[in-house]
Design a protein around this ligand. Structure first.
Ligand SMILES: Nc1ncnc2c1ncn2[C@@H]1O[C@H](COP(=O)(O)OP(=O)(O)OP(=O)(O)O)[C@@H](O)[C@H]1O
Ligand SMILES: [Mg+2]
Length: 280
């Protein structure tokens, strides 16, 4: 059974009512437990609007969303409980920090979820260690760098141990090392704790690197959902979405023209690199 099912979702912002323009237009897809899903599409294609629906923050104009088989739009559905199970991290989450110290900020959500104070603080320390910022725990979040603040904001969501973690352009503004660390951490959560991951990105090589499924949006419509190589190497889909293919696929295609046939199942950076080293 799918963990999350989106059925014929339509949405229009209030100010669009007169023009009847749907920002999400009949979007349907399903996500399985342990999927690592990328959502891609041009600016304005509806990505952020879509994820705002997935934990019930926005209510669809029509259509349905099922979490573990139950409609979250059912009258008596516990939406507060849902938000502990589906953690959405919006863009620039560091602007939502508010506590006096880093550790207080991280522990806040876990206490709200119902953990005892002791447990919440213990878990929060563990997460700060994972992010290698435990030395900052008694600092004011406002005195940290942008990347450090971002990590604190992520830690505050991770500590609630949601079943599904959703990120809106999590790497925007992070340095290269922080970005790699971040992706490796969510990869670990995905592999070891079976956490389902959904992330929005404009970096299609990151989709090749981390995702097992990709959703392409264009003008509020779902153009395609499928395996990264199959979707991102499809010229027609990429043309319709007005997106450039990831470098890994461009390199693959150029080498193919020269007569080298690489394995399409091995196009993550290291794999591609090793395949190229083996060319003679
Ligand atoms: N609060 C709002 N009120 C009215 N229209 C909005 C609002 N937020 C977004 N929109 C419109 O909805 C459409 C989709 O916006 P959305 O933010 O979901 O796009 P996106 O794919 O996340 O883009 P980006 O890659 O730039 O973040 C756009 O046309 C945008 O102008
Ligand atoms: Mg967006």
């Amino acid at each position: 059974m799918s963990i999350l099912e989106v059925k014929n979702l339509k949405y229009q912002y209030n100010n669009y009512e007169k023009t009847s323009k749907y920002v999400l237009d009949d979007v349907s897809f399903s996500i399985d437990e342990k999927d690592f899903v990328a959502i891609i599409g041009k600016s304005g294609s509806g990505k952020s609007t879509l994820i705002s629906h997935l934990n019930g923050l926005y209510k669809a104009t029509s259509g349905d969303i099922l979490y573990n088989g139950s409609s979250i739009y059912r009258k008596d559905y516990n939406l507060t409980g849902l938000r502990f199970k589906i953690g959405v991290v919006f863009q620039y989450p560091e602007y939502q920090l508010f506590s006096e110290t880093v550790i207080d900020d991280v522990a806040f959500g876990a206490i709200k979820k119902g953990l005892s104070k002791d447990e919440a603080y213990k878990k929060s320390e563990e997460i700060l260690k994972l992010f290698e910022i435990e030395q900052l725990k008694n600092e004011s979040p406002f005195n940290l760098s942008g990347g450090e603040k971002r990590k604190v904001a992520f830690a505050g969501i991770f500590v609630m141990e949601p079943e599904i973690l959703i990120f809106d352009e999590p790497d925007a503004g992070l340095d290269a090392t922080s970005k790699t660390n971040f992706y490796n951490l969510i990869k670990k959560l995905n592999e070891e704790k079976d956490t389902t991951i959904i992330f929005i990105t404009h970096n299609l090589d990151d989709v090749m690197e981390y995702a097992n499924k990709v959703i392409v949006l264009n003008e509020g419509k779902l153009l395609k959902i499928g395996k990264p190589y199959e979707v991102l190497s499809d010229e027609e889909i990429m043309k319709n979405a007005d997106l450039d293919m990831p470098y890994a696929i461009q390199i693959f295609n150029d080498l193919k023209i020269k007569g080298y046939n690489l394995d399409t199942n091995k196009l993550k950076f290291n794999e591609l690199y090793n395949q190229m080293l083996d060319i003679n």
